[in-house]
Design a protein around this ligand. Sequence first.
Ligand code: COA
Length: 114
Amino acid sequence: MAHRATLIMVYVRSSERGKGCSSALLDAAVIYAREDGIRQLELAVSAENGAALQFYRRDGFQEAGRIPAGFIHDNREIDDVVMVRRINDEYPLRPSSGMKSSRIRKAGHKAVRP
Ligand SMILES: CC(C)(COP(=O)(O)OP(=O)(O)OC[C@H]1O[C@@H](n2cnc3c(N)ncnc32)[C@H](O)[C@@H]1OP(=O)(O)O)[C@@H](O)C(=O)NCCC(=O)NCCS
């Protein structure tokens, strides 16, 4: 189990959304996790959170299953989508556009690779 880690949440202040912040944050988290021996990131996201689903898909997460009625909001049952992304060295940092170390530096992470 030491090769797996759970991403709890990526959250960007609403005024800063749409500027690539979350992708930079995720890059930094992936580099940190890789250096810690993690091979796979896992998360759960609301089936109704279209922006987050699109973001995670674009960044290489794939749907692994669903937890029916994973949570209740306003007395309404909503599924949780379970997503997984392999991050060991065989996989590119960013499936869609490759590694961008300048963005990672902007995110303030110490573990920047050349
Ligand atoms: C989901 C969230 C983290 C995205 O953050 P962001 O900084 O705006 O995202 P980015 O600018 O890095 O965009 C990355 C990709 O996400 C997707 N995306 C982001 N916002 C989107 C939206 N409103 N609708 C559809 N896709 C969206 C796009 O694919 C985008 O790539 P593109 O610009 O090349 O098309 C942000 O909307 C957020 O903080 N939401 C509230 C918290 C939340 O729901 N977190 C996830 C719960 S687990």
